[in-house]
Design a protein around this ligand. Structure first.
Ligand code: COA
Ligand code: AMP
Length: 633
């Protein structure tokens, strides 16, 4: 039996033994009394009774064991022309002082703190400082607009917000403070304080009494120690797109999260303490939480914090420059980044400008990895290229190729096999397992392994409804796909209204809510259409209210701006057309799937339940105007 198979089977047969062993690698203030508490099933708790501190395990523990002088974070920012290395000892001091600053501003154990920051070391320091005092951080991605931030403020009810004066995108400065001020104006809940990092690229106006300057407040603060918390206490909330405009607050606990992530660093990514690991993502996404911040630091690695893009900062050799300059062993990014690099450097000439001899493996996730991109990366880099599949909810890979255990044969298009603790099944509509090769809903038998969401923030019922109700006893991943004869999973599509744009998860339902809010729009539908670079792009079809007659281009401009203002530039919403009617079934359901197939030039059949087939002709013409759907014959 393969080593992987042995480990995997043991994790399912003896989950408590397996995860207790993994958790031994951490420092516990008090050991757990029960590894898995299933008393309130389907709500499960890992390491019940145990007490630990995640920040201690990620930072202080390494200083105590002699890693104080090793770089914990290397901040590399081609956008500002800065590189800065922070050792574990320096990080501990910064985090301890930042934690003192939070306490001084009224943050107590269990309180929430929103972190709305660009890719600067202070974002990581703020996250760890929350962990240090048992406060719950909720990081909001900088590409979201004020309205999205307001929704999160109202749900998390933070005592305090940590932010920065600006983010930096190629060619433009993005002032964050006006967005934060607007969000607080819109929100019903008002945080008591905002602590704002003033970056030299733009100064933020501070509101006396409420706002504090980061540097000043930090200078006044005294360092504080780590506070042990229950393993089951929340470490953070990370909001992600669901089917509506109300995002889901994914909760992560302390004990299970730390144990699982530490296990993954060695066994999935194959990195040893002291080595350099780089996740080219953003701290606002789950990849950033797990693999820029917690995973590598828990494992005593040096983590790279990269404020730049794969291309244009300054060229498609940016990733290779960072890998060679900082001796990166393993890189993790989204396939879209590689598609962008390949487009500008198809022959890989920039790759050969750098010494990549120490580079061992590339991991890709966040969206489906097309085999073409995987094969190109493999050929250019000459190292294993590993697609792995996971989601914000799970916090770490459901399926992967465990490089640190053994490299299994790679099948392009498949994220390989399930990781420990994930009993993955493919079910039909009735809940029966389907045969190899047949598509179905991908589910995981409960309990989920440690590190996965125990529930949604203040929304146990929504958790049940969204994930557990469809197939009792199973967690619904929301993805559809199939298994081949060797058990390899192929993740093909979502079964809900979630789309994936440049590795960013978006809700078509949320975009529809914004469009429907326009005064002239009677009805609308948003679909994700295939895009060569970003994987998918949102496309909106709108029906105007009776009597409204406006030029399509003018209305489109307004709608694009509205989505940008309310959801944010990250939605990349640029495609919109006006139609007289939307195609529907006789019971009134909009045929989004059929429209998507037409747009993508996939094979499609006229749905038997369609109310009026002629509507599809007009929709097809609208899609053609936007450059989609097959040309008219
Ligand atoms: N703050 C403010 N604006 C942001 C932002 C941030 N943190 N991140 C992105 N945006 C803006 C961009 O500037 C862009 O604005 P524009 O419409 O004015 O051009 C818009 O949001 C869309 O951004 P993006 O989807 O990133 O597209 P891009 O054209 O700027 O770059 C790629 C394309 C492929 C280079 C880029 O998407 C990329 O690097 N993707 C990697 C994905 C990734 O890391 N995913 C995380 C999961 S692993
Ligand atoms: P997020 O929660 O933003 O990480 O998005 C998770 C979703 O992205 C998953 O449910 C999938 O739909 C998709 N996804 C992530 N990784 C992969 C992958 N390797 N292959 C296919 N789809 C993926």
């Amino acid at each position: 039996m393969s080593v992987y198979r042995n480990i995997y089977e043991r994790s399912l047969e003896q989950p408590e033994v397996f995860w207790a062993e993994a958790a031994q690698a951490l420092h516990w203030e008090r050991p757990w009394t029960r590894v898995l508490d299933a008393e309130k099933a389907p709500f499960y708790r890992w390491f019940e009774g145990g007490r630990l501190n995640t920040c201690f395990n990620a930072v202080d523990r390494h200083v105590a064991s002699g890693r104080g002088a090793q770089a914990a974070i290397v901040y590399d920012s081609p956008l500002t022309g800065t590189t800065r290395s922070i050792s574990y000892a320096e990080l501990r001091d910064l985090v301890a002082r930042c934690a003192g600053m939070l306490v001084r501003h009224g943050v107590r154990q269990g309180d929430r703190v929103i972190v709305y920051m660009p890719m600067v070391p202070e974002a990581v320091v703020a996250m760890l400082a929350c962990a240090r005092i048992g406060a719950v951080h909720s990081v909001v991605f900088g590409g979201f607009a004020a309205h999205e931030l307001a929704t999160r403020i109202d749900d998390a009810k933070p005592v305090l917000v940590v932010s920065a004066s600006c983010g930096i995108e190629p060619g433009r400065i993005v002032p964050y403070k006006p967005l934060l001020d607007a969000a607080i104006d819109q929100a019903r809940h008002k945080p008591r304080h905002c602590i704002v990092l003033q970056r030299p690229q733009a100064a933020a106006a501070l509101q006396p009494g409420r706002d504090r300057d980061w540097a000043e407040a930090l200078a006044e603060a005294h360092p504080v120690d780590c506070v042990p918390v229950d393993a089951t206490d929340p470490l953070y909330i990370l909001y992600t797109s669901g089917t509506t405009g109300q995002p889901k607050g994914i909760v992560r606990d302390n004990g299970g999260h730390a144990a699982a992530l530490l296990w993954t660093m060695r066994h999935i990514y194959g990195v040893q303490p002291g080595e350099v690991f780089w996740a080219a993502s953003d701290v606002g996404w789950v990849v950033g939480h797990s693999y820029i911040v917690y995973g590598p630091l828990l494992n005593g690695n040096t983590t790279i914090l990269y404020e730049g893009k794969p291309v244009g900062t300054p060229d498609p050799g940016a990733f290779w420059r960072v890998i060679s300059q900082h001796a990166v062993k393993v890189l993790f990014t989204a396939p879209t980044a590689f598609r962008a690099i390949r487009k500008e450097d198809p022959e890989g000439q920039h790759i050969r400008r750098y010494d990549l001899s120490g580079f061992r493996a590339l991991f890709l996730a966040g969206e489906r990895c097309d085999p073409d991109t995987l094969l190109w990366a493999e050929a250019q880099l000459g190292v294993p290229v590993i697609d792995h599949w996971w989601q914000t909810e799970t916090g770490w890979a459901i399926c992967a190729n465990p490089l640190g255990v053994e490299l299994l044969p790679v099948k392009p298009g498949s994220p390989t096999l399930p990781m420990p603790g994930y009993d993955v099944r493919v079910l039909d509509d009735e809940g029966h397992e389907v045969a190899p090769g047949q598509m179905g809903a991908i589910v995981v038998r409960l309990p989920l392994p440690p590190g996965c969401l125990p529930t949604l923030w203040n929304a146990d019922d929504r958790y049940r409804q969204a994930y557990l109700a469809r197939y009792p006893g199973y967690y619904l991943t929301g993805d559809a796909g199939y298994r081949d004869d060797d058990g390899y999973l192929f993740i093909m599509s979502r079964i809900d209204d979630v789309i994936n744009v440049a590795g960013h998860r978006l809700s078509t339902g949320a975009i529809e809510e914004v469009l429907a809010g326009h005064k002239d729009v009677a009805e609308c539908a948003v679909i994700g259409v295939a895009d060569e670079l970003k994987g998918e792009l949102p496309l909106g079809l709108v029906v105007l209210k009776a009597g409204v007659d406006r030029p399509e281009a003018e209305l489109a401009r307004e709608l694009v701006q509205k989505v940008r203002d309310e959801i944010g530039p990250v939605a990349a919403f640029k495609l919109v057309a006006v139609v007289r009617r939307l195609p529907k079934t006789r019971s009134g359901k909009i045929l989004r799937g059929t429209m998507k197939k037409i747009a993508d030039r996939s094979e499609w059949k006229m749905p038997a339940t369609i109310e009026d087939p002629a509507v599809l002709d007009e929709v097809t013409a609208a899609l053609r105007r936007l450059g989609y759907a097959a040309a008219a014959t």
